[in-house]
Design a protein around this ligand. Structure first.
Ligand code: ITT
Length: 181
């Protein structure tokens, strides 16, 4: 079965609910500075194949806020570590247009070939942080059609509608199609 290379255990826990056989390699790897998540994933897959070999996956995700011209986007990890949710809410002060989306790319290295699976979840930035579940930007993101933030949902509820849940269900299809054990 595929091994997920990440240093973020929360991602692994969400993904394992959809693909129980998934394993994890706990490792932090360098991410290039690029304009799109897709470029970051392409680079990381090549880099990691030299270290790990074949049949692994990675997850690169970002939060894209409309009225901030898609910031933090590809800088989501750095911005979370420096500004955090409070910093994002400060940047959003006085803004009534609060549309945003999460995007996940699952990068697959399988028998020498790279594949990318995408999942997107549209929603809004909350006025204040709410909830204690999940991780990262979950307390400030309200998915479309819901009242609760992701951090007020169980993992199962989040997975049903989230960017990562959508990409993971594509991965489950990939695993089945290629008969990966
Ligand atoms: P990796 O080791 O897998 O790279 P990471 O936490 O650095 O772990 P990303 O670069 O994909 O992962 O994530 C960018 C940022 O976005 C990071 O601060 C995450 O906490 C946050 N993030 C990613 N997915 C999220 C989700 O589903 N809900 C809330 N925040 C999320």
């Amino acid at each position: 079965m595929f091994k997920l290379v990440t240093h973020n255990r929360h991602k692994f826990e969400e993904m394992k609910k959809i693909l129980p056989e998934l394993e994890m390699i706990e490792m932090e790897y360098p991410e290039i500075q690029a304009n799109t998540l897709e470029e970051v994933v392409d680079f990381s897959l090549e880099y990691l194949s030299g270290i790990i070999g074949e049949n692994f996956i990675i997850d690169d995700s970002g939060l894209f806020i409309d009225s901030l011209n898609d910031f933090p986007g590809v800088y989501s990890a750095y911005v979370f570590d420096t500004l955090g949710n409070e910093g994002i809410l400060k940047l959003m002060e006085g803004k009534t247009h609060r549309d945003a989306y999460f995007k996940t790319i699952i990068g697959i290295r399988f028998e020498g070939i790279n594949y990318k699976l995408v999942g997107i979840c549209h929603g809004k930035i909350a006025e204040e942080p709410r909830g204690a579940n999940g991780f990262g930007y979950d307390p400030i993101f309200i998915p479309e059609g819901k009242e609760k933030t992701f951090a007020e949902m169980s993992t199962e509820e989040k997975n049903k509608i989230s960017h990562r849940g959508k990409a993971m269900r594509k991965l489950a299809g990939f695993v089945e199609r290629f008969g990966i054990q």
